[in-house]
Unconditional design. Structure first.
Length: 552
């Protein structure tokens, strides 16, 4: 490299020196100090003062008993307790509301600290207990919610927070009694312990009137537990099917359960004497109302449930636990209600016409399939004698109400309604015991699934059973009056009259019992004791109904 090239090379960085010039005669060291100080002041202002000035107010932590209370500030939704909300400076109205509880309005005078709110928020707290204003409404809503959502069992214990006196305690026990029927039993000891835990928690809370468990409230809880055991002879079966496998097996070895099973076997055995009485053949008295044939079904004591294996009595616990139910005499439709018969009802009650399906769907009394294959308020051509299908529970009930005025002209003191589940099963058996089908050990000519079938046959396609009733198995499922309670058989008595009264006292639920099976089921899957359930608004091609006539 030449001397000229070396002279032209850039200066190395460590040779560079920066010189600041004075500004307005002020030396750099002085004005830089002022600049740094100003920046520090600005930073301190924005950290310590600006948040408090810009959003002046305070945070309010809200907790309530019960929880899930709606919180509004000056009429605007702010959250659901427990929650923390921000209140602006000034007088603010905080409203706490929850259905079935008395609303609470609080006035908060918010000063709103300015200094350091970003680092240490200005926070206050309120804790408020709401009082129940409509206990009956609260318990009814809670039961309905649990029926629809049994996988969320805390619904039960949430409701128990409303207990405050002896009157509400007794209502709470009625609520728990109804809730217990909707605990989900399972075969092979599938656990429902979360539901049991919530029931137990609620029962203890009720006995202590929502407070702490004291010696006196513990005695009250024991007394109430004994009452449940006395009311439901078969509560032991309920526990065996709702506890998990290990705990159920331990329970089954206790003296109490062994004594219960022995007593159950002894008392139920009398219902298995003479298990195959002679068939009534053509059935009882025939009655015709509006062209619809009804057969008289005698009174008796039904062994309701899975009764086809007497050897397992008291040895195995099944959710279809056999239990005795007293049944009074009544009349039952010889066949399902037909399209022709339902069309006569629709002609006089156009609100139930398929043209009005939208309105029925809007109020929850039908779904989109309601009479879907009808046109101009008439059934499909050539299908007048088929069972009416795609009708909801509500539509079937309305048909019964309409038919009642004609029934009373023929049979004073009687009314038309859907059959109770026990009535349906008693009638389906036709006088037989210990066999799975209306005609005995085989389904007979009942209409079940076979290759090529795509719908039901004419109403009455099967042979008559002992009471002269047809299609009690297959063809179409049939609505019953009962709400579907999965644990109903397990929470039963050994007294037939008590079980009949329990059935009539079931709390209304979202699902209703259906019985009998349909053309779309395999014949070996459906017996006289098979239970099914459907939401009350459902209307499907597999589901119809038949009418019972009973004393009012």
């Amino acid at each position: 490299m030449s001397k000229k090239d070396r002279a032209a090379s850039p200066t190395q960085p460590d040779d560079i020196t920066v010189h600041l010039k004075p500004i307005l005669g002020i030396r750099p060291g002085l004005y830089l100090t002022w600049l740094y100080a100003a920046a520090a002041v600005v930073i301190v202002f924005f950290i310590l003062f600006y948040p408090g000035l810009h959003s002046r107010g305070a945070f309010l932590a809200v907790s309530t008993y019960p929880d899930k209370v709606t919180v509004k500030v000056d009429g605007v939704y702010a959250g659901s307790a427990p929650c923390t909300i921000f209140l602006k400076h000034g007088a603010r109205t905080v409203e706490l509301t929850k259905p079935y509880y008395s609303p609470v309005a609080l006035t908060e005078n918010v000063r709103g600290r300015v200094f350091a709110t970003l680092l240490i928020p200005d926070t206050s707290r309120i804790s408020q207990r709401l009082s129940v204003s409509d206990l009956d409404g609260l318990l009814s809503w809670s039961l309905s919610d649990f029926q629809k959502n049994p996988e969320i069992p805390q619904i039960i214990s949430d409701a128990s927070k409303a207990v405050s006196d002896d009157s509400s305690r007794l209502k709470m026990y009625d609520f728990l009694d109804n809730s217990a029927k909707y605990v989900s039993p399972g075969s092979q000891y599938i656990a429902s312990e979360a539901q049991l835990r919530e029931l137990l928690t609620s029962a203890i809370r009720a006995s202590s009137l929502g407070g702490f468990l004291s010696p006196s409230s513990w005695v009250q809880f024991i007394e109430d537990s004994i009452h449940v055991k006395q009311k439901y002879d078969n509560v032991g079966s309920w526990l065996l099917l709702t506890l998990n496998r290990d705990k159920a097996e331990k329970l089954s070895g206790t003296d109490w359960i062994q004594q219960y099973l022995a007593s159950y076997r002894d008392k139920m055995s009398k219902y298995y004497q003479g298990r195959f009485p002679p068939s009534a053949g053509s059935g009882g008295r025939l009655l015709v109302v509006q062209g619809e044939s009804f057969r008289e079904v005698p009174a008796g004591e039904l062994t309701m449930g899975r009764d086809d294996n007497v050897d397992s009595l008291g040895k195995m616990v099944d959710r279809l636990l056999p239990h005795p139910v007293a049944v009074e005499s009544f009349y039952l439709g010889e066949t399902e209600v037909t399209n022709r018969e339902f069309a006569a009802f629709v002609a006089q009650n156009p609100q139930w016409s398929p043209a009005n399906a939208g309105a029925l769907i809007a109020i929850g009394e039908a779904n989109e399939q309601y009479l879907a294959d009808w046109a101009n308020a008439k059934p499909p051509a050539g299908k007048d004698d088929l069972p009416v299908t795609s009708v909801s529970f509500f539509a079937a009930n309305a048909y019964c109400d309409w038919l009642t005025k004609y029934v009373q002209a023929v049979l004073p003191g009687y009314a038309a309604r859907l059959p109770y589940e026990s009535e349906w099963e008693w009638a389906a058996r036709g006088g037989l015991r210990g066999v799975p089908f209306p005609l005995g050990g085989k389904p007979g000519a009942a209409v079940f699934y076979h290759k090529g079938i795509n719908g039901p046959s004419r109403a009455g396609a099967s042979e008559p059973n002992g009471y002269g009733l047809r299609d009690m198995a297959g063809n179409v499922w049939q609505w019953c009056l009962d709400s579907y309670a999965p644990s109903a058989y397990l929470l039963s008595s050994l007294d037939p009259a008590l079980n009949a009264s329990y059935e009539k006292a079931y709390a209304p639920g979202p699902d209703r019992v259906v019985r009998g099976g349909s053309w779309n089921n395999q014949s070996e899957q459906i017996t006289v004791f098979t239970r099914g359930s459907q939401p009350a608004e459902w209307s499907t091609p597999y589901l119809g109904f038949r009418v019972a006539l009973a004393r009012k």
